[in-house]
Write a protein that binds this ligand. Structure first.
Ligand code: MG
Length: 268
């Protein structure tokens, strides 16, 4: 099942994608309701509203090899802030002070139930599904040690386009990132140093994750810069494609409210 959230007058809509169409998905139900319309005609919102976003660093064999890093003994994590979450087809804002903004295509795990001290063997029981993410990073600010702003500026965590709940094996997916239609990252999730279950087991020893929270699983080799005007896509086999455009923050149209940029609960 593919679960989407979309903008409409009033509370955000929640639906299920069947073919090219979206049907209403009442809260608490797994049965599709009335037809909403073609997914291409809806303003999609981020597919969930995480309270916590935990992110694995340097978790792909390709990236370790690229950077000459040794195989780690345990996963490394950092946080992204919920303010960074943005919608499919929305813009990624490049702050005026940033000269090198980077894409990081990643598999995002969406937590389905309260997860605390989850045994790796039972990780699947705590996962609602998977979506695509772009762990947008301001390289300048990471280099100067200010990871909080480097990873969590507004719009630095596009998610979507939907949550795919029927992924048989998250270790057999292909992640492809394209910049202006050119492939810049392509690697299998089988190349993860620590797999989804190991990551979830490790971090929930200390951080309780709630339904809708996000675990980013690290980016393949090929992380690189993107510039205003660039069109970036993160495609994951069996899930879908997340598309965003980069714009300069200082020239972003003032008529675009933060609601329009990141997808809010209502439209006027
Ligand atoms: Mg990353």
């Amino acid at each position: 099942m593919r679960i989407v959230r979309y903008s409409r007058v009033g509370p955000a809509g929640r639906g299920v994608v069947i073919g090219d169409d979206v049907y209403e998905l009442p809260t608490g139900s797994t049965e599709p309701g009335d037809l909403v319309g073609p997914v291409s005609g809806l303003a999609l919102l981020p597919p969930c509203e995480p309270r916590t976003i935990v992110c694995a660093a340097a978790n792909y064999a390709g990236q370790l090899a690229e950077k000459g890093m040794p195989h780690p003994d345990h996963p490394s994590f950092f946080l992204k802030s919920p303010n960074a979450v943005s919608a499919p087809n929305s813009v990624i804002l490049r702050p005026a002070e940033v000269t090198r903004l980077e894409y990081e295509g990643e598999l995002a795990v969406v937590v389905g139930r309260t997860a605390r001290s989850v045994p790796a063997a039972r990780a699947a029981d705590y996962i609602l599904g998977y979506t695509c993410a772009n762990d947008v990073t301001a390289h300048d600010w990471r280099a100067d040690g200010q990871w909080t702003r480097a990873k969590s500026a507004d719009t630095f965590c596009p998610l979507g386009p939907w949550i795919e709940t029927t992924v048989a094996d998250p270790a057999t997916l292909q992640i492809t990132t394209r910049l202006n239609n050119k492939v810049v990252q392509k690697e299998s999730t089988s190349d993860m140093v620590f797999d989804v279950a190991e990551l979830l087991a490790y971090i929930t020893r200390w951080i309780t994750l709630q339904p809708g929270d996000i675990l980013l699983t690290g980016s393949p080799a090929g992380v690189g810069p993107m510039s205003p005007g660039d069109f970036v896509e993160v495609e994951i086999s069996g899930i879908g494609t997340l598309r965003n455009t980069v714009v300069d923050q200082h020239i972003a149209p003032s008529s675009l409210s933060s609601t329009a940029l990141i997808g809010g609960e209502s439209v006027s």
